[in-house]
Structures are given as C-alpha cells and as structure tokens.
Design a protein around this ligand. Structure first.
Ligand code: DGT
Ligand code: CA
Ligand code: CA
Ligand code: ZN
Length: 581
C-alpha cells in the first residue's frame, strides 16, 4: 500500500471521528500523522514490515497500531464501526470540494442532510441560507460546486499523470525482474506525459518462452484488485484505487513498432499512417510492411519512422500538432530536458507549511543536481499556513544568507507574496530588497474574469514580483482554472519582464501545456518550479518538465535552466527597464 493511501485512510478515520463528536485533540493526531506519512521519502509499508514504525515525528503509538492493522487487514476496524453508525453518504459530503467537514457537520446537525443529492435539493430550494455563516451567496456557490463535481463524475475517471507514473514505474520494475524480459516501458498517454491518464498501457518485449512467467507476474501483482483478461499477448487488470492497466507482450523484433503504435496519440498515428499509405507502406503494431508484405522495419522506433521518411520525435509532442511536418522537414525542436534545470525558484520550509529546514532543502536540491534554489515561504496574509510576519521573514532571510554562506550554495532569499483581491501585494513594502519574489493568488479565486485580469495585471505591473506563481489556481480534477484574459496577462508580463511559473506540483501542473505554449510564443520566460513542501517533493519538477516538453519548450524558453548569476542579471535588467520607463 502506498503512503498516499495510508494517509487517506487516516484522514478518513479523522473525519469519521470528528463527525461522531470525538474530542478534537484526539482527531488531530491522525491528521498530522497522515501529513507526516505523506511526506515520508520511504515506503511506510516497508517500514512497518521491518518493524521501524516509530521514530517518525507525528506517528505515535495509537497511529502505529492503526497503520499496522490497515496493512494487515486492509481496513481500520474503528473507522468501519464509526462509518456504520453514521449516515452512509456523509463522507462523500465531506470530500466534496468546496464543502469540507465543518459544513458537512452543520448541514447534518441542522438539516439532517447526509448526501450530495439532498444537499443540492436543499440549496436549490433556498433552505440553507439561514444556517449560521451561510447566506444566499454561499448557497449559490455550493450549487456551482456540486454541478462541477457532477460534471467531473460523469466523465471517465482520469488520474493525474504523476500518480499514474509512480504506479507504472512499480509495475515496470516488477516486469524487468522477470527472466526473459528484454524491455519494458509504459506507453500510451503516460509516455506522452499527458496531464491526466485514462489507463496504463505497459509494453514488454520478450521471446515466447517467457510469456507465461511475465503474465503471471503481472496479474498476480500486489496492487491488482481484479483480473479482467489474461492472454498470451494481452492481459488487463484493475489496480487498487480503480485504475486499469493493460499489458502487451511483443517479440523483440516488433518492439519499436509496438511502442510507436501504443504510444499514440491516436491522431498522431492516423496522420502518420496516412503518410505511409502514400508511400505504399503499411504500418501496424508489428512493423512496417512494403507492398509485397515484406517487413522492412520494427525493431526500434527510429527504424519505424525512418522507413516512412520521418525522424523519430519525443513522445510528448506526438499529438498531431505540427510534429509530423517538423519531423519530415527535419526541423524538430530540441526540447528542454529535466537535467537542463539548474535551479528551483519556489519552495517552502518548516518556517511556514513546509516540512524541511533550510539545510535539508539545500541538501536535497544538491542531491537532485541543482546549483541554486529560492526559498519562498508564505507571506503574512496566509495565516492558515502560518504565513510569515515581516519580522519572521527578516529573521528567516538572515538565516538563509548565513546558511547559504556556510553551505557554499546560492539560495535566493525570497517569499511567495499573496496577491490580494485588488492586485496589491501582501507586505509590498518589504519586497524590494529580496532576491526572488513569487506572486500568487491563493484567495478569492472565483472572481469575474475582468476583475481577475485586472488583479493579476496590477501585480505584474507593480515591478515587485519576478514570477507569477501557479497562475490559474487550478487543481486537477477538483478546481477549475480561474478565468482571466491570458493574452492581456502575457502582454503585461512581456512588458514588465516578469516570468510565468509552470508549477510542477502533481495536482496543479499550472500553467498547463496550452498556456505554456502561449507563453513561449509571446516570449515570456517560463520557470519550471517544484513548489516543494518537503525534500522529496523537489523531484516534482520532472512532471513539470513533461508538460513543458508537451508545450514544445526548448532549454532557452525555461528561465531556471540558466545559472544563478544569469537569473540575478535577468532581474537587474528588469529593474533598469523599470527605471527607464
Ligand atoms: P488514455 O488512456 O485515455 O489516457 O489515452 P491513451 O492515448 O493512452 O489511449 P489508449 O489507452 O486508448 O490507447 C493507447 C494507444 O494505442 C493510443 O495512444 C494509440 C493507440 N490506439 C488505440 N486505439 C487506436 C486506434 O483506434 N487507432 C490508432 N491508430 N491507434 C490507436
Ligand atoms: Ca492509456
Ligand atoms: Ca489502453
Ligand atoms: Zn502557492
């Protein structure tokens, strides 16, 4: 079981306890344990197996007992007991984005509402507005939240790419350990690093003799909850958590053709095959065949493309958005790579809502091969994440400078300044002397489009921010992007010399590939940041790089591929331009 699943079970337990009226201080222990387990760099299940369950801050004896139980039996008896005593739909209410525990409790206590259907009906009849701290506006927002939830629930369930990638890599590692496996890769939308993934398409190259063992290793995997099909060339399973995974086994002589075919996208494949047909060739998952039915390519992807007069291109751009033409003309872009990143300009420490210290974040950044970082903890307004007062920020920046000297590692002393409703910046009188300022919207994300455009443009034009953080505020699958006029915003950025963030946090991926592409076209530098809240999360940038590549970004388009000195020079250039204006 993964750390995230354990954390979710503990959160559910805490919700159930709180709904049942169990003392809040008791409940809090489970929530902080959930956060601690989520942030672990190693597998909790592994730790429990080897008896190393204590010694994690926030994981006491009571938590340890439940986690062990969960891993042994797949559930927590106390949670099941509490759940049985509560109305069945109540946890759905708690987990509905825009509701939360307090509101769920309120509507249950006051109106005996225990399902999303009942809640929607009551809101539509105007029966909630008289509840304490409610009102007609809140009621209307609730209806919008429920509508958005239903829209999402109606579509097929797609997973964030990061989640799918972690699961797929476990399967791939398991497959590669089976004797006779020559190659194994996740294909499909995951290989293309699409922001969400419908199902996993795992591809294995092996000779016939190994098929039985490979199939067995796949369908008997520890995370498999149901076997849908089991055959010699194709098997399908449903994994714990509900995602489907398909396995295809192909002979090594067809590896390239199969990888090409199952990587897609469908549109790309269709366009590619049209070209093949014009050359009187046939492309299938087995290879490229000439008119006589003779196989002329198939072992590698490069062979397959070359056989029809094309150059192989990175999977991330195979969407039939110009890559076919670029490949034929041999003008494919040299896309930015993860190893091109030299710095990370957005991360948090335990001064606010992060879990690492300045020193541990530096150590992790070094480990990840970075040359510099910016530490950008939250500003004062964000009290719910312990945003820093002016005094705390000054003290922290003193510590950052001392640590930077002591460790011989450049750290930009920065802040993630909250962009207020009117577009002014939190603590704006403190920002001038800092090394790096991320400006981000965290509150009132649902403003009308024109107001939001004005708000963001004002922040950009203040001359006080270097980068606009998680620009649209979207959360994959749960929160839609804030509407604003992207063209106006990019124009303002270009004028003011402000960069735009591609936030790599798995549930954000904000900006998305379309906005990133627009930024590139507008000549606005993109910064691929982790927004890490723990040492482990510095690795998030690999997801952001996937999106950057889908947006056709080259190394030059990404600001933090430059050195620390070049970043400083870039800021100074902006300062000079502002003075000249
Ligand atoms: P997903 O799973 O919805 O995130 O998206 P994909 O792209 O992984 O799609 P999936 O799993 O249905 O199929 C995997 C790949 O197989 C797809 O990217 C291209 C190839 N493929 C599937 N169906 C067709 C088809 O009807 N025609 C062609 N040319 N290729 C197909
Ligand atoms: Ca797929
Ligand atoms: Ca599939
Ligand atoms: Zn933020």
């Amino acid at each position: 079981m993964e750390n995230a699943a354990i954390a979710r079970a503990l959160d559910d337990l805490a919700d159930l306890q709180e709904l049942s009226g169990i003392a809040v201080f008791k409940v809090r222990a489970f929530r902080s344990a959930a956060r601690a387990i989520e942030g672990l760099s190693e597998s909790m299940a592994e730790r429990v197996k080897t008896g190393k369950i204590t010694g994690i801050r926030g994981v006491g004896e009571g938590v340890a007992r439940r986690v062990t139980e969960l891993l042994d039996t797949g559930k927590i008896a106390e949670a099941e007991d509490l759940r049985a005593k509560l109305p069945p739909g109540i946890l759905d209410l708690v987990n509905l984005p825009g509701i939360g525990l307090k509101t769920a409790q309120l509507v249950w206590n006051e109106r005996k509402i225990s399902s999303i259907d009942e809640l929607e009906a009551a809101a539509r009849k105007g029966e909630l507005r008289d509840l304490p701290r409610f009102g007609a506006k809140r009621e209307e927002k609730l209806i919008l939240a429920i509508e958005a939830y239903r829209k999402r629930a109606a579509g097929p369930k797609r997973r964030p790419m990061a989640e799918a990638l972690v699961i797929a890599e476990e399967i791939v590692a398991r497959m590669l350990a089976v004797p006779g496996v020559v190659a194994c890769e996740p294909a499909g939308s995951l290989r293309r690093r699409a922001e969400t993934v419908g199902d996993l398409d795992i591809l294995v190259a092996a000779d016939e003799g190994a098929i039985a063992a490979i199939t067995a290793a796949f369908v008997d995997g520890p995370d498999v909850s149901e076997v849908l099909a089991r055959g010699d060339t194709k098997s399908s399973v449903v994994l714990q958590g509900g995602m489907q995974a398909d396995l295809r086994i192909v002979p090594p002589s067809s590896w390239g053709a199969a990888l090409q075919y199952f990587t897609g996208s469908k549109d790309h494949n269709v366009a590619m095959r049209t070209i093949a047909v014009k050359k009187k060739l046939k492309v299938s998952e087995w290879g490229v065949f000439d008119e006589a039915g003779e196989k002329i390519a198939g072992e590698t992807e490069a062979d397959v493309y070359a056989a029809i007069g094309m150059r192989v291109m990175p999977p991330e751009i195979r969407e039939n958005r110009g890559e076919i033409e670029a490949s034929q003309k041999d003008s494919l872009p040299a896309l930015v790579e993860h190893r091109d990143l030299r710095g990370d300009l957005h991360m948090h420490t335990n001064e606010t809502d992060g879990r690492g210290s300045i020193e541990t974040m530096v150590a992790a950044a070094r480990e990840a091969g970075l040359d510099y970082i910016a530490i950008t903890d939250h500003s004062e307004t964000l009290a719910f994440v312990r945003g820093m007062s002016r005094e705390r920020m000054r003290a922290q920046h003193g510590k950052i400078r001392a640590a930077s000297d002591a460790l011989g590692f450049p750290i930009f002393a920065g802040v993630e300044a909250d962009i207020m409703s009117d577009g002014s910046l939190d603590m704006d009188d403190e920002l001038a002397g800092l090394d790096w300022v991320v400006g981000s919207v965290h509150q009132r994300l649902d403003m009308p489009r024109d107001d939001m455009t004005k708000r963001v443009v004002r922040a950009i034009e203040s001359g006080k921010i270097d980068c606009l953080g998680h620009p649209t505020g979207r959360q994959l699958g749960t929160r839609d992007p804030s509407p604003f006029d992207i063209e106006k915003v990019l124009e303002a950025m270009k004028r003011a010399g402000v960069a735009i963030e591609l936030n790599s946090s798995p549930t954000r991926l904000d900006v998305d590939e379309h906005l990133a592409r627009m930024a590139r076209e507008a000549g606005v530098p993109v910064v691929v940041n982790s927004d890490a809240h723990s040492t482990r999360e510095i690795a998030f940038t690999r997801f952001g790089i996937g999106i950057a590549r889908r947006a056709w970004l080259k190394k030059n388009d990404v600001l933090n591929t430059r050195s620390a000195a070049q970043i400083t020079a870039w800021r100074e250039e902006r300062g000079r331009r502002a003075v000249a204006r």
